[in-house]
Write a protein that binds this ligand. Sequence first.
Ligand SMILES: *[C@@H]1O[C@H](CO)[C@@H](O)[C@H](O)[C@H]1NC(C)=O
Ligand SMILES: *[C@@H]1O[C@H](CO)[C@@H](O)[C@H](O)[C@H]1NC(C)=O
Ligand SMILES: *[C@@H]1O[C@H](CO)[C@@H](O)[C@H](O)[C@H]1NC(C)=O
Length: 401
Amino acid sequence: MMSSATAIGNWKHTVLYLNLILSLLYFIESLISHKLHINHNNVRVKRSPNLPLRFRDDGTFKILQVADMHFGMGTITRCRDVLDSEFENCSDLNTTRFLRRMIEAERPDLIAFTGDNIFGSSTTDAAESLLEAIGPAIEYGIPWAAILGNHDQESTLNREELMTFLSLMDFSVSQINPPEEDGTKGGTVKSIDGFGNYQLRVHGAPGSVLSNSTVFDLFFLDSGDREIVQGRRTYGWIKDSQLRWLQHTSKHDHNQRIPDNPPALAFFHIPIPEVRDLWYTPFIGQFQEGVACSVVQSGVLQTFMSMGNVKAAFIGHDHVNDFCGNLKGVWFCYGGGFGYHAYGRPNWHRRARVIEAKLGKGRDTWTGIEFIKTWKRLDDQDLSKIDEQVLWETSDTFLKG
Ligand SMILES: *[C@@H]1O[C@H](CO)[C@@H](O)[C@H](O)[C@H]1NC(C)=O
Ligand SMILES: *[C@@H]1O[C@H](CO)[C@@H](O)[C@H](O)[C@H]1NC(C)=O
Ligand SMILES: *[C@@H]1O[C@H](CO)[C@@H](O)[C@H](O)[C@H]1NC(C)=O
């Protein structure tokens, strides 16, 4: 048994020891507190845009489509297919500069990045590359939506991780996939293929009769990357589960105040096989390369037709095609290659597409959409505006009034 004297002695030791430890901790804390403070300041939540998206007071809503940026690692990533005289001073920063110029010129309400946003094999850090590529949208605080192409996942993040990251970036309205209930209601869709399938609803102008209603629907779809079908290498395609989700979403909207589904647009990366048929039609813009798409024909056009409200689809992937053509009442429009690290043609300017919807004017209020227009701008000295055309006009004479 321990004597009480020894016990007190031990206890004094313990107190001294504890004191020493506490002073040491205090000392260490004072040394690193500066650093801790900095880290603390870095913890912040995503800056979100004002939602829902809505038309402006002047009755317009403008979307900038940015197709195939193919961003790498910034300054050190060289341009492809530019003139020899341009090569020396050309890098990813030219892509960034073009994006800033487009934002300044058009002041879009939404930017749609339609895939191959980064060129995976030219970057050692997909997240860094995306932050820099999308950067200007965030700088200007413009809501933006992204989907994936076939090259985005060739770096350090897989497709699910990419869409997660994209959905968490500042001012992003991108979503990984629709909420579960959308997919399962009615027992039709259990799960959805791919990452980056979502719907954005745009409300009418502030203070108008339709200010709390969806007057414009935007669908974003994952067209995949590459697949092997019966031993044959081919591109990805939009799967049945995605088409069932689209159909379902369109039925869902019937409960709204406006009797019919509002006009809708679709955005995805890889064209559908029917786009080839446009060669034999009076398309607007340039058709300079073969349509690179999947061997699988999955019924995307039939789905759009049965939905009735999809007026146009915006695609990328083939950089030197920039035309719009009409397939059975639905326009298919290429964005045209945007990025300088992407293949293109020397002397054929990088370009971007703009889509503008305008509301009709009722007696004393903005109503639903009267027309949807599109044009492109070239990255030349004047940002030349070309190929302006009307994609859709309402047949409702009241809206036209
Ligand atoms: C590239 O930029 C540097 C520095 O601005 C300039 O001195 C050089 O002449 C430029 N080269 C070309 C080919 O434009
Ligand atoms: C790339 O950007 C540099 C500097 O901003 C500019 O001088 C050059 O003309 C641009 N090159 C092309 C091909 O646009
Ligand atoms: C829209 O919703 C707001 C807020 O709930 C309400 O104050 C406003 O009256 C509504 N406007 C219309 C046209 O229904």
